[in-house]
Design a protein. Structure first.
Length: 714
């Protein structure tokens, strides 16, 4: 009795310690007896489940687990299993499922061999199942990752030379464990010769000296397909002795192929870049530096010369007689001839010198690091001598000479392009002197040319930077006080020197293309301003000074039509061109034709500064102008100088004789105005009436003028 009590107590302690749920199922009457732990596993107290029966168990069993539970029970009842054991999910009171290991056994049977009583236990295995699921997921993820990365593994036992491959390694080699039993020698036999030699040497170093490796090898698969693989080796030691080698096998065929394609593409790209770079910097015919590279070499040479206080020479070379070679023998022979000439030049210059093809049969030579001018002259003389020898092309004997112009830096302290221009000018002088010679640029007498260039550059920059603007000076009828016109006068708002008058910049551009461009801009801006004033209710004719160079330009009428087209709101009769009589007009007949075409567009003309030139009467007769402007130099002094007064009176009478209107400039006082009226001149402009002013000031001035008493009180 005491012995049984101890046994029962021990059993209860074991059940309590292991947290096992115990059940006793009387099958014949469906009675089910459980302990408290059985109910706690699914979140209940035993009292909440009372009465407990087989249906209670079925109610909490996961529907998907019922078939296997029935099948397991049937097997046990049929004697096919000693225990009825299965893993099932039971629904917890909170709604989730817990995993339970259910183990039972029939202990009594009826006459037909069916169980009448079963006993068993429930043990919660939720944590274990989650770990198993995590392990399964991790294993599958590892497998998939290895398959995606084509990454397999291997291990070599150094005691028995047993080699193990992972599944992915078999797949890489296009085989299976059933078809192929890997060994080191067998695996190495599939490697290409160079790779096999590398692998066996690395493997031996790993075994003998513990040296790990990471190799890229070429091998064949078991099916004979060539692939690229990466294999690594890690050495495992036990008590200081190498026990096993392990590592990876990775199929890197795609990566290697991509790398090879990329390397090939990079090589093609490099070759293309080299060709583009060559095309950008070298002449395709002679392979000499072109203008682009010449500019860079020039800049480097100038900087170096300034830093080292050295001299450089810039020579311009032009072949004498090359055109005849081209004309007689054709361009193919001409091109070959240029190449031979370039090679001759290169043989007599120094390694550090730059010879560039400037264009056609023109070359530019930079002689760097000169000790003296004499050193440059010797090199240029060698060039003259070298080309004097005959050239033979297709059994044809060809001869040319070369004319050379040269300038020296820093004596000629100019910009690089100006240095080339100076050398070019000197070369033309060499041509004039008889060709086949050297002429040095006379930079000491070139101050005016340098000033002209610098001023042109400054004016051009100012024009590009929109620094020019128009002022306007009113013209009036002194008899009626009416404003009859506004003369557009250009000004330069210089960023450092302030507002500059035309006399500071127009003389530099009179004979330059920039003068024509600036003149077109003045016409366009004046017309735009007139249109703006018209929108404000101001409709006063506007006049613009036009240079003879501009009028004589072959494209003047086309440019004028373009400006008028772009300003299509401008009305005929509202624009007047003023021509300086003091300017030199080379072709009065052409100017007369241009004036006629302009008049057809509704544009009036006036002859400005009349009386100061040498062809006043000739211009008056040949040019169909509408107005004569008396030069201000006569008007200003006419009150004190009877000669000037006589000239003014003569111009007025002359205007009447030729049927022209007349306007006086330089009217500075009312006394000037009264005297002019007495002489029969009613139109005037000058500081006494109004100084030139910005366009923004014109509307206010007009209002004040019209509201004031007449300028000349009678």
């Amino acid at each position: 009795m005491h012995k049984n009590t101890i046994s029962q107590e021990v059993n209860e302690l074991v059940i309590d310690a292991t947290k096992v749920g115990v059940w006793d199922w009387h099958v014949e009457n469906d009675g089910l007896v459980c302990n408290e732990r059985w109910a706690e596993m699914i979140g209940y107290s035993l009292s909440e489940l009372m009465p407990v029966n087989y249906q209670t168990w079925l109610d909490v069993l996961h529907p998907d687990d019922l078939p296997k539970a029935i099948k397991n029970y049937d097997y046990h009842c049929q004697g096919q299993s000693e225990l009825c054991e299965l893993e099932v999910r039971l629904k917890h009171k909170n709604g989730h499922y817990v995993w339970v290991l259910s183990t039972g056994k029939a202990i009594t049977w009826d006459a037909e061999g069916k169980p009448t009583r079963m006993i068993g236990m429930h043990q919660e295995i939720t944590f274990r199942k989650r770990q198993e699921e995590l392990l399964a997921t991790t294993t599958e993820l590892l497998r998939e990752s290895q398959e995606i990365g084509k990454l397999g593994g291997w291990q070599l036992n150094l005691h028995d030379n047993n080699l193990i491959w992972t599944d992915e390694t078999y797949r890489i080699y296009e085989t299976t464990p059933q078809e192929f039993n890997p060994t080191v020698d067998l695996g190495a036999s599939y490697l290409l010769p160079d790779s096999k030699e590398i692998f066996l040497a690395a493997l031996d170093a790993a075994i003998q000296h513990g040296e790990e490796y990471d190799l890229e090898l070429e091998t064949y698969t078991i099916k004979g397909r060539k692939i690229d693989v990466r294999t690594t080796c890690h050495v495992t030691y036990v008590e200081g002795v190498a026990e096993k080698l392990s590592g990876i096998f990775q199929d890197i065929t795609d990566a290697i192929n991509d790398q090879r394609k990329l390397e090939k593409s990079n090589q093609v790209l490099k070759e293309l870049n080299d060709k583009l770079k060559f095309a950008a910097n070298y002449d395709p015919l002679t392979h000499l530096p072109n203008r682009n590279l010449l500019a860079d070499r020039m800049q480097q040479a100038l900087i170096k010369a300034q830093r080292n206080n050295n001299q450089i020479a810039i020579a311009f070379l032009d072949l004498d007689g090359f055109k005849e070679v081209n004309d007689v023998y054709g361009h193919d022979i001409g091109d070959e001839f240029l190449c031979l000439v370039a090679n001759r030049f290169k043989t007599v210059i120094r390694d550090g010198d730059t010879l560039a093809r400037f264009g056609g049969d023109e070359f530019v030579l930079i002689l760097d690091d000169l000790d003296s001018h004499h050193q440059a002259r010797e090199i240029l003389q060698r060039i003259l001598s070298s080309i004097a020898e005959e050239f033979i092309i297709e059994n044809k004997r060809l001869f040319v000479t070369v004319s050379i112009g040269v300038t020296f830096f820093p004596q000629d302290n100019s910009y690089s392009d100006i240095l080339i221009r100076h050398a070019d000018q000197a070369m033309y002088r060499a041509k004039e002197l008889g060709k086949n010679c050297i002429h040095e640029f006379d930079f000491e007498n070139d101050v005016a040319l340098k000033l002209q260039y610098r001023e042109l550059e400054h004016i051009s920059n100012g024009f590009s930077n929109n620094e020019f603007l128009l002022f306007y000076q009113p013209k009036i009828n002194m008899e009626t006080n009416e404003i009859i016109g506004l003369e557009a006068l250009i000004r330069w708002q210089h960023p450092t020197e302030g507002l500059l008058s035309p006399f500071r910049f127009l003389p530099y551009i009179e004979e330059e293309p920039l003068g024509i461009e600036l003149g077109k801009w003045v016409i366009d801006q004046a017309i735009k301003q007139h249109s703006e004033w018209r929108r404000l209710g101001i409709a006063i004719p506007i006049s613009v000074n036009v240079s003879p160079l501009q009028l004589q330009h072959e494209d003047f009428i086309n440019q004028l039509n373009e400006v008028l087209f772009l300003n299509n709101s401008f009305q005929a009769g509202q624009l007047e061109f003023e021509i300086l009589e003091s300017s030199i007009i080379k072709d009065t007949q052409h100017i007369a034709e241009v004036i006629s075409q302009c008049k057809q567009l509704g544009i009036r003309f006036s002859l400005d500064d009349f009386g100061t030139g040498f062809s006043s009467l000739s211009y008056l007769r040949k040019l169909s102008t509408d107005v004569i402007k008396i030069d201000q130099s006569f008007v200003i002094d006419m009150l004190d100088d009877m000669d000037d007064q006589a000239i003014v009176k003569g111009v007025i009478e002359l205007s009447k004789a030729f049927g022209r209107s007349v306007i006086a400039e330089g009217v500075e006082t009312q006394e000037h105005g009264r005297q002019l009226l007495k002489m029969g001149c009613h139109l005037a402009q000058g500081f006494g009436i109004a100084r030139p002013m910005p366009a923004s000031a014109i509307p206010e001035w007009i209002n004040l003028w019209q509201a004031s008493p007449p300028w000349i009180c009678k």
